[in-house]
Design a binder for this molecule. Structure first.
Ligand SMILES: Cc1cc2nc3c(=O)[nH]c(=O)nc-3n(C[C@H](O)[C@H](O)[C@H](O)COP(=O)(O)O)c2cc1C
Length: 166
């Protein structure tokens, strides 16, 4: 089965997962902006990774518009993975849950622009103001200081899902 990993990454965390996945699957990996029009239709499977912005998988709309027959998606955000988040991402992006994976990335304030940082600071403030903070809130506040929470182990279910189809 001819497959390719394609991704969009703002600060590098999604790129890291994309490269790990391609290495495990022994397939090509490309940044979406370098992919030529019509190129992806020549693959039996496209594994698309985008960073999460306001629950949207960045760039997935462009992949959807290509009407490819076999797409697996992974989203990379700073939230701690749980079922609720995955369902929210699946619904908002119109992705079948069995085709969607979510991985924890991190936060690199040095690599994001002013407006995005302002948005993130607002979210940070709203967590800080909570009187009763959950473990996840505390973890998020730590991440806001700047953190890489990527973990190669997390790609195993995605890799397995793809091997099952081969
Ligand atoms: C404007 C903005 C909005 C974000 N929204 C979310 C979100 O809704 N959920 C989430 O888990 N992470 C969110 N994040 C965090 C990023 O998804 C996270 O830092 C991710 O690891 C970035 O991946 P990248 O390094 O590939 O760009 C947001 C970040 C920014 C800058």
């Amino acid at each position: 089965m001819k497959k390719i990993v394609v991704y969009q990454s703002g600060t590098g965390f999604t790129a890291k997962y994309a490269n790990w996945i391609a290495e495990e699957l022994n397939c090509e990996v490309k940044e979406f902006k370098t992919v030529k029009k019509d190129e992806l239709s020549h693959y039996d499977m496209v594994i698309y990774g985008g960073w999460i912005m306001a629950n949207m998988v960045y760039g997935y709309d462009k992949i959807k518009a290509l009407n490819l027959k076999n797409v697996i998606v992974f989203g990379v955000g700073m939230s701690v993975p749980n079922e609720e988040i995955i369902t929210k991402i699946a619904v908002q992006n119109e992705i079948k849950q069995e085709r969607l994976f979510y991985f924890e990335g991190g936060y690199n304030p040095k690599k994001i622009g002013f407006l995005k940082k302002m948005m993130m600071n607002m979210i940070k403030k709203s967590i800080e103001q909570k009187t009763k903070k959950t473990e996840e809130d505390i973890h998020m506040l730590e991440t806001f200081k700047g953190a890489d929470n990527t973990n190669k182990e997390c790609i195993k279910p995605l890799v397995q899902r793809i091997h099952n189809e081969e």
